[in-house]
Write a protein that binds this ligand. Structure first.
Ligand code: SAM
Length: 284
């Protein structure tokens, strides 16, 4: 019995050590790649660049679009504030565009005047207040290289978006609107004609983890907005990218990546896997 317990302890400690050496190794690789490699894909795989979650969405959205035969896509950021996120999207889009020979349009949606008044408890007024994250619209416009700003309440701008911009199919969306009410309103984007979006849209949700003040949960905020969206229809769902959660070394943002699925989209079933894989029986 004593020996068994000792063996279990040794096993536990070696697993812990394995994990910590693996994460130290990862940090070292990240450090080296960030300094030595100019290769965007290597930096993306090593997460050795700013906002790797944005890069992940842009790259994978572009890959999917290419497999489905698209030459142009749109990437959106919902909630822009000062514009750091949109500028980061510009960086990733420029790199991915070059790498995969695909055109990428970028659109950033925001009131321009910061957070609206929280509607009720579901917008977490204990954490957010009206006017947080005001934007200097002219300054941001002047510093953007390719992204377009869509200024106004998202409940309105999302409805006029396709008529105003005739955008390329939407392939990824960065959601960072903080509120339940704003996020729910923004989901109207998934009711536009299907030709304006890919059958699967990569999504990053900023406000699903938080900390000990936000205490995000399934009954308020963005998690509630996602839950209600999924309960409200059969053919469209937003769910996590589960394979990321199975990676042995976790980054926090893996739990913030979701994918919008439209099962009734005309290209949802288009085959994009490897052609004719065979699994032969190995001799014993
Ligand atoms: C946390 S900030 C976004 C930060 C930005 N994504 C970044 O990474 O730098 C949230 C933004 O959502 C915007 N927002 C919230 N509700 C909105 C609504 N109903 N319509 C438009 N913008 C909204 C606010 O104006 C605010 O700038």
């Amino acid at each position: 019995m004593k020996i068994k317990r000792k063996a279990q302890k040794i096993l536990r400690n070696s697993v812990k050590q394995l994990y910590s050496t693996a994460s130290i190794r990862r940090s070292l690789i990240r450090f080296a790649v960030a300094r030595l490699s100019g290769d965007y894909r290597a930096r993306l795989y090593a997460e050795a660049l700013e906002r790797p979650h944005y890069g992940y969405c842009v790259y994978n959205a572009a890959l999917l679009a290419k497999k489905l035969g698209h030459k142009r896509i749109s990437i959106l950021e919902f909630g822009v504030a000062g514009g750091e996120g949109l500028r980061s999207l510009e960086y990733h889009a420029t790199q991915v565009s070059r790498l995969l020979s695909i055109e990428i349009e970028l659109y950033g949606f925001d009131t321009g005047t910061g957070l609206p008044d929280p509607v009720d408890y579901r917008d977490l007024p204990y954490h957010w207040q009206e006017g947080f994250f005001r934007m200097d619209v002219e300054k941001l416009k002047g510093s953007l290289k390719r992204a377009k700003l869509v200024v106004g309440d998202i409940a309105d701008t999302v409805k006029t978006f396709t008529a105003t911009y005739n955008p390329a199919p939407i392939a990824a969306i960065m959601f960072d609107l903080d509120f339940y009410s704003s996020t729910t309103a923004s989901f109207e984007i998934f009711n536009i004609p299907r030709s304006y979006y890919l059958p699967r849209v990569f999504c990053y949700f900023d406000d699903v983890l938080g900390g000990n003040v936000e205490l995000y949960n399934s009954y308020t905020g963005v998690l509630l907005a996602i839950k209600e969206f999924n309960e409200g229809r059969d053919e469209k769902k937003i769910d996590r990218a589960h394979y990321l959660l199975a990676k042995p070394l976790q980054s926090k943002w893996y739990r913030q990546i979701y994918v919008f699925h439209d099962f009734a989209h005309e290209s949802y079933n288009s085959f994009i896997g490897k052609r004719n894989p065979q699994l032969s029986l190995k001799p014993v």
